[in-house]
Design a protein around this ligand. Sequence first.
Ligand code: ZN
Length: 490
Amino acid sequence: MGIWHGVKYKEIFEYFEEISAIPRGSGNERAISDHLMGFAEKKGLKAFRDAALNVVIKKDATQGYEKAPTVIIQGHMDMVCEKNRGVLHDFEKDPIRLRREGDMIYAHDTTLGADDGIAIAYGMALLASKNIPHPAIEVLMTVDEEATMSGVHNLDVSFISGKLLINLDSEEEGKFIVSSAGGRKAKVVLPIAWEAASENMSSYYLRIDGLKGGHSGLDIEKGRGNANKLMGRLLSDIDESFGISIAAINGGMKSNVITRECEALVLVNEEELGSINKKLEEWNETFRNELRASDNGITVSMEKAEKEATNVFSKATGKKVIAMLMILPNGFQSMSMEIKGLVESSTNLGVVETKEEEVFFYNEIRSSVLSLKLNLFNQIKTIAEKFGGKVNVDSDYPEWSYNPDSELRSVCSKVYKRMYGKEAEVLMMHAGLECGVFMSKIRELDAISIAPNLFDVHTPNEHFSISSAERVWEFLLETLKEMKYMNCTK
Ligand SMILES: [Zn+2]
């Protein structure tokens, strides 16, 4: 029987299973890229691979579709590698093992890679097909999307001729993504002046934890607490009242994740411990009250350090660090006035890290409007320079602007309505998709992003719905068919 018993379109799932056997974490795409090139050769299809290992495989139009515009079918071949604690799985060597629960496909305690393996499987099934009518297609499979998007950034577009692109890297059936935010990672570097710790002070860890965190784009409007920002307020008050010293501050691991935990190593006068603890109690209450509807699990606590710190930030450095935490912008900054509920601009102070000579503050800026992204960056730069620091751009990617006249969107909308008797939802996304970079590389490109229902992506609980994958496949095929009637302006 096997896990695919009862499915309608076995070919998609068998290709999915085939690529699941090939380890393909971001940065480790040589084998999957080789595999795809081998696949093209076996099928007698023209294929091209660039220096970044991105692969494009072409297939001619079927009979009657020669005049229809060429369409690019696109996904990324790499996947996020996450596993549960204690799971013995080597993402460099071991195949992803699939498991079925009713309509859902999971992996065994690891990410599944349906993001974005499902796109690769669709692409392979199309390329291998013998009786699916379609215009000329170019299946474009990029590398390293999940890490730095270096694949699409370094993509050699000389082999690509299509001007219509269907991206298959979103997560929800029935939703057309037609725009995505641009982003920039800004790293503020603040030099530390150290001094010897005073002998009559004792070292304590001040901690904020219990927050929910989340994706710094998709969850940014949910009003969740950012532990780094909250630590700034806490330190400011305690320093004002008791005159503390700071020996280190560290919070968060990734700039694109809302910070769940922050820890500061502070030196306090033991005699004031009682009053400080009382203050912490008050802050516990204050934060819980502020976050009661969105993130009420927060706790503020203090614990004696196992070892006394010998060096601390100078008073001036300490004040600067606190001030930076207080005034660096964070959270959503503007909402779209055109699309209800869409965050237009945001920034996340995701990571604060104490190094030997500097404190780093990592900010993840996003906006669907370029000038607003740059404005946020300039705000951060101004603040950094005010305090004697500097700012580096760690990465930057362009927005995918909404195209009010997208022909591809109108074809998709028409087909969707015909198939399901209702309108598909048209959405803009406050997160980065590769489409933004394609837009900047391929002139007059018209793009849309669709996908079947994927759940809990980037976690070991990642799964997808078989029936949804089948419906989206049918939708894709109908859309390709409909393209026969597209005005060949592209
Ligand atoms: Zn993806």
